[in-house]
Ligand binder design. Structure first.
Ligand SMILES: *Cc1c(COP(=O)(O)O)cnc(C)c1O
Length: 391
């Protein structure tokens, strides 16, 4: 049962992110006093009357998932959240909810591989046209907008090149055209960037990454402050069955409690690692928005409160040397994914960005992507130094 008095007393809109991360959406008196929202591993719920409020079937709503959805909505400054089985389930649901056959969407040239597959190989078959645009160029975005453009998709910072898109700039263009803007905020997390405040209609996260933060679950969320967008996403989630499961929701909710602390730590370590790499003779180029020379640094400063934990760099060497370096690190584990407590290393051209074949942006063979975790930054720097020296 919802405890409205407790909810009123614990409104989190005016609270800091660290406070929201621990408490938002979580009301012990609604769960027999359990301090941690239980895992409601139930498919169906007893009804007191045939028609009435409350939970009835877990595809439509589940109390553990509701707690997560309220928590992420509070973190993003939205009014409604929706949790999904994966980031791609969230993206798919948003695209099916906001677009239709005969419509048009705009996606970034440097888009996540799974998102690219969705537009280029799935929704295109159903008659959704799309344009691929360099989102760092607002004139190119303006030129690509059409009367039938229903959706503009932004990912910032982008994967794996850490390009930065001006959210407010794209939002103004989209709004003037009557198009919806959705921002994939996975790399920043809601702690560092809140796209709704810059005019986005909805925000998407792969909670597999920073929100859960422990490499033990796949999940996704969408958050909006727009009642019409909330209505259609809620309907599509229930109808499509793309929603997240109770145990997965519980894991993400648990991870979120430490999200602000984790982000503060990885931002500090990633900045030091980016600066170290930028001064290294074997490194051709470093992509990190926290470096003053990064093309998106000034825009990032206006919309992010930190620059995140992902650093990419181009080795001054061959594809083979880059692959060998990835296999030589001892603390950075050779694995795809990001945003976890463990530091990871990977070679996008041969790993995340090879399966997606036709991704519009060609990733250099020598590009290496690091996801900086919570280990001692001195140990991480030692590890990179031994790996770079040994080549
Ligand atoms: C991982 C990721 C996704 C997809 O999320 P899954 O949970 O793997 O489905 C989407 N966008 C970005 C930026 C990602 O890193």
């Amino acid at each position: 049962m919802k405890d409205d008095r407790l909810r009123a007393a614990r409104r989190y809109e005016h609270r800091a992110p660290a406070t929201r991360a621990v408490h938002a959406g979580q009301y012990p008196s609604e769960h027999n006093g359990a301090l941690v929202v239980p895992i409601y591993q139930a498919a169906t719920f007893e009804r007191q009357v045939v028609l009435g409020d409350g939970y009835d079937y877990s595809r439509i709503a589940n109390p553990t998932r509701t707690a997560l959805e309220e928590c992420v909505a509070a973190l993003e400054g939205g009014t409604a959240g929706f949790a999904f089985a994966s980031g791609m389930a969230a993206t798919t649901t948003a695209v099916l909810a906001l677009c239709a056959t005969g419509g048009h969407a705009i996606i970034p040239d440097n888009v996540y591989g799974g998102t690219w597959d969705l537009f280029s190989r799935i929704t295109a078959r159903w008659g959704l046209d799309y344009s691929v645009v360099d989102m760092t160029d607002l004139d190119a975005v303006a030129a690509a907008l059409r009367p039938q453009t229903a959706l503009v998709w932004v990912e910032t910072p982008s994967n794996p090149s850490l390009r930065v898109t001006d959210i407010a700039g794209v939002a103004a263009l989209a709004r003037a055209n009557g198009s919806r803007l959705v921002v994939d905020n996975t790399f920043a997390s809601p702690v560092l960037q809140q796209p709704l405040a810059f005019g986005a209609d909805a925000v998407m996260h792969s909670t597999t990454k920073y929100l859960s933060g422990h490499s033990d679950v796949t999940g996704g969320v969408l958050v909006t402050a727009d009642a019409d967008v909330a209505e259609t996403i809620g309907f599509h989630s229930g109808a499509l069955g793309t929603m997240g499961q109770p145990f997965d929701s519980w894991l993400v909710l648990r991870g979120i409690k430490t999200l602000p602390m984790r982000m503060a730590q990885v931002c500090g370590s990633a900045q030091r690692i980016a600066e170290y790499l930028a001064g290294h003779s074997r490194v051709r180029r470093v992509h990190y928005p926290g470096l003053p020379g990064h093309p998106g640094h000034d825009v990032a400063k206006t919309q992010m409160s930190g620059f995140g934990g992902v650093v990419s760099f181009e080795l001054d060497g061959t594809a083979e040397e880059a692959a060998a370096l990835c296999a030589r690190t001892r603390l950075f584990t050779l694995a795809v994914s990001l945003g976890s407590v463990e530091s990871l290393i990977q070679n996008p051209a041969r790993m995340t960005h090879c399966t997606t074949g036709g991704t519009p942006v060609v990733v250099p063979d020598s590009l290496i992507r690091l996801s900086v975790g919570l280990e001692s930054v001195d140990d991480l720097l030692d590890d990179l130094e031994q790996a770079l020296r040994a080549g």
